[in-house]
Design a protein around this ligand. Structure first.
Ligand SMILES: N[C@H](CCC[C@H](N)C(=O)O)C(=O)O
Length: 247
C-alpha cells in the first residue's frame, strides 16, 4: 500500500489515498515499533478543486478536523499534480473546511483560512472543527503527560488541551496534549484556539499572534472586525513515501 509521510509544525502524519488501505492501517500504522510512527493517519480523497480528508488518531479514534494535516494534504496534492499551486484549494474534513493558498513554493508555506462555526463554548473551551481547551499559565515545569489527561476527560468525548503562556504582545508559547494521541510537538487548530483565547481576553492584543510550539511556529491572524474568520500560516514538508504493510 502506497503511503506518504508528511511533517507540519510539530505533527507528522501518514497519508494514504486508498480507503481500503486506510481501513487496514487505522489504529496500528502510527505505532513507532510496528508501524511508521506519527500523530495520525490521513485518508485523502482527491477532487477537482478540493481534497477530502479523514483523520484517524493513533488510538484508532476518528478526529473531525486537523489543521496541520490539512496543510500536509494541500502540499501533497500540489506535489502530485492534483492541485494547481496558483489556485485556492479546500481541504474538507467532517468538522472543518480549510482554504489553502500557497504563499511560497520554496518553503511550502501556506495561508489557511477557516470560518469559526462557534464562539467559545464556555470560558476557554473552543470547537475549531474539533474541541480544544486552552489552559493559560506558566509552562516552566509543566508536563502535558501529567496535566493533560484530567483536562482531556473534562469534556464529553474528550478534548484536545493546549497549555499556553503569553511571552510578549502578539507572541505566545503552547504545549499541546492531543486527544487520541498524547503530547505532541504542535497542533494547528490548537494554536489557533490558544491565540483566540488570549486575544479575546486582552482587548489591546494585536491581530497577528505568533504561536511558538516545540515543533515549529504557526502565525494566527484574527481580526476583531471579522470575529468568525481565522487565518493560519505554516508549512508542510515530505518525510518519506513508499509501501507500508498492515499487520
Ligand atoms: N493536530 C491537529 C488536530 C488533531 C486533533 C485530534 N487529536 C482530535 O482528536 O481532535 C491540528 O493540527 O489541528
Amino acid at each position: 500500500m502506497r503511503f506518504w509521510k508528511y511533517y507540519a509544525e510539530g505533527n507528522s502524519y501518514v497519508v494514504v489515498d486508498d480507503p481500503g488501505a486506510a481501513a487496514a492501517l487505522a489504529g496500528g500504522v502510527n505505532d513507532p515499533a510496528r508501524g511508521l510512527g506519527g500523530d495520525g493517519l490521513l485518508l485523502a480523497q482527491w477532487g477537482s478543486d478540493r481534497v477530502g480528508m479523514r483523520i484517524v488518531n493513533p488510538d484508532g479514534s476518528a478526529a473531525p478536523a486537523c489543521g496541520n494535516g490539512a496543510r500536509c494534504l494541500a502540499a501533497l496534492a500540489i506535489a502530485l499534480g492534483r492541485a494547481d499551486p496558483d489556485a485556492v484549494l479546500d481541504v474538507v474534513s467532517p468538522g472543518l473546511t480549510v482554504r489553502h493558498r500557497l504563499l511560497d513554493r520554496a518553503t511550502w508555506r501556506f495561508a489557511q483560512e477557516l470560518t469559526l462555526a462557534t464562539a467559545p463554548v464556555e470560558g476557554t473551551q473552543f470547537v475549531l472543527g474539533t474541541p480544544h481547551r486552552v489552559v493559560l499559565g506558566p509552562l516552566a515545569g509543566l508536563d502535558p503527560a501529567v496535566a493533560g489527561p484530567p483536562q482531556e476527560r473534562s469534556w464529553p468525548g474528550g478534548t484536545n488541551v493546549m497549555f499556553a503562556e503569553v511571552r510578549a504582545a502578539g507572541r505566545i508559547a503552547v504545549l499541546p496534549w492531543e486527544r487520541g494521541v498524547g503530547a505532541t510537538l504542535g497542533c494547528a487548530t490548537g494554536a489557533a484556539a490558544a491565540a483566540l483565547a488570549v486575544a479575546r481576553r486582552e482587548p489591546a492584543w494585536p491581530a497577528r499572534t505568533v504561536v511558538e510550539q516545540p515543533g515549529g511556529t504557526i502565525a494566527v491572524t484574527w481580526d476583531r472586525a471579522r470575529p468568525d474568520a481565522l487565518t493560519l500560516e505554516g508549512t508542510a514538508r515530505p518525510i518519506a513515501t513508499g509501501e507500508v504493510h498492515p499487520w
